[in-house]
Every structure is written in C-alpha cells, then in structure tokens.
Design a protein around this ligand. Sequence first.
Ligand SMILES: Cc1ncc(C[n+]2csc(CCOP(=O)(O)OP(=O)(O)O)c2C)c(N)n1
Ligand SMILES: [Mg+2]
Length: 326
Amino acid sequence: MYTPSFLEQLYRTLYTIRVFETRCIQLYRQGLIVGYFHPYLGEEAIASGACAALRDDDYIISTHRGHGHCIARGGVGANDYSPLRKMVAEVLGREDGYCHGRGGSMHIADVTRGNIGANGIVGGGIPIGTGAALGIRIRGSDQVVAVFFSDGAANNGVFPESLNMAAIWDLPVVFVLENNQYAVASPIEEMTRVPDLYERGLAYGVPSSAVDGNDVLAVYQKMQEAVATCRQGKGPVLIEAKTYRHGGHHVNDPGLYMPKDRLEHYKARDPVGIGRKYLLEQGQQTEEALRSIEQEVDRQMEEAIAFATDSPHPSAEEFLEEVQRS
Ligand SMILES: Cc1ncc(C[n+]2csc(CCOP(=O)(O)OP(=O)(O)O)c2C)c(N)n1
Ligand SMILES: [Mg+2]
C-alpha cells in the first residue's frame, strides 16, 4: 500500500507536467518560445513514476521530449516555486532558466539534481548515460543512471552498442524505453518486425520487460525493481514503457497521420486521469482536496510564467561566455 502523501506527490508531478506542457504550447503560439517544442503530453506517467523510484544522488539522462523528466527530477512541491520558474525561464531562453537560457527546450540540464542533460541528438543520451554508469562502477558507488529514450532512438546503433557494453560490465543503468509508437511520423509497425522492443534486451542477456507506460504506479513498481537490481550490481535493466503521444511530433505537427481511434483509445487511458484515480481511491482524498492541489499547481505555473517573462534574455556579448563556462 502507498501512503496518501506519496500518491499525492506522484499526482502533483503528473499534473505539473500536464499543465507545463499545455501552457507552454500556448506560449509557443504567442511567439514567446522559439525553435522546436516537443510536448510530453500523454507520456507523463513514465517520467513521474520512474523518477520517483530514484534516490537523490542518482542520475538521469533526458531527450528532446524531455521537459517531463526535468520536472519530475527537479522536484515539485507545495509552495515550491523554484523548479517551475527555472523550467519556464529556460524554455523561454531567459537568464534565470536552468541553463541561463542557453539550453532552451531541448538541452536542459540540472547537475545539482543529477540531471546530466537532455539531448537534441536522437539516441545521444544513451552512450552518455552508459558512460556515467561506468563512472559509478569505477568509483564503486551504488548509484544508478536512468536513461530515457524512445522507439526511434532504439533503432540508432548506439542503443545495441551501449546495451551490450552495459551488459558485459554489469553497469548500473536502467534503459527506460518510452515506446510512444512514433519516430516523428513513422509508426513503429513500419520501423521494426518486432513491436515488443524489450525483446531486444533479452538478446543481450539483459533483464527486460514491458510495462503500461500510462500507469504511474505500474511504472514506479517496475522502476523500483530495476533500480534494486542495478544497486545489487546486477544491471543493466531494460524497461519498455508502452504509451502514445497525445498529439503530433512537435507543436507545429497536427499529427494527422495518427489514427483517430487509436488516439482516442490512449486518451481514454490518460496517465494524469489514472494518477488522479489512484489518489482518490487508494489515497482516499476527496475531489475537493484534489482540486485544491490542481489550483495550486495552476497558480505556480502562472507565477512561473510571470517570473520568466520578467527575466532578461542573455545579451549577445555574454551568450558565448556562458556556453564556454558550462
Ligand atoms: C541522430 C538524429 N537523427 C535524426 C534527428 C531528427 N529527429 C528529431 S526527433 C526524431 C524522432 C525521434 O523519435 P523517437 O526516438 O521515437 O523519440 P520521440 O520523438 O518519439 O520521443 C528525429 C528523427 C535527430 N534529432 N537526431
Ligand atoms: Mg517515439
């Protein structure tokens, strides 16, 4: 059984990611966010459940669709305005962002929380995370690395290479494959003959299994087991979290190629709705208590937007200096 406060924290994380993505899409349309923006809508349970199973001194590696991981790892809490402020400021390219606006949407890092960084190179985080796990092994500590990536990245050669290296050296890395069934507009069934991607790990002797990526508690439990395996020196582990995007690849992609019935099927299994139900039923919270959490997160988000829009843009002179420092 889970405590009400644990379930509340999970729900707060799910809901914060949902609100962040929804509001940022609007900010994008207002011209406040430039470049690409890849929403994590529909995948919130993976980052929320997986990061909840990590210790403060563990590491994560994120992706181009990485806001959810950064928020889940950065920690959200009642009356804690700092993480959302830094997130919004970063995607708006402002000085007060996590990376002083130099990272933007796709390159957010927060080393104070072991977030080694998001990556615009598809699959780019996989060998970096494996290297971090090698560092842990060399230092002899029992930390763990969670590497997030999606199905498209799994078809990049760095995945099998890293998986095999991690396997022969028993590295403490959990490969969290977020199978949202698309790489841009390419559906998974056209990209592989083996739709259960976790089976690839079995070929390398790696404990591998699938989980419902829309169910935050299922992800949390699976991740807890994987992390325990890694801490015992029996890593790596591969988890395939099956999910579906709630829209196109990025903000400007209407996703017209996504079959409507399939999208509806997954929207009916909304990860935020599932987390909400857990808090109501297992956490025995009232509808009113939930609404008050939601209203508080809504307020935090609006405050973060006001904070970020007040934050200065980096000046042209200082722009490269900060890149060299970081
Ligand atoms: C090495 C590389 N190839 C191609 C691209 C262009 N690109 C950006 S996102 C993307 C699809 C990635 O699909 P997936 O790994 O499934 O991630 P998802 O977008 O589903 O989260 C591609 C091909 C890139 N950024 N990097
Ligand atoms: Mg994908």
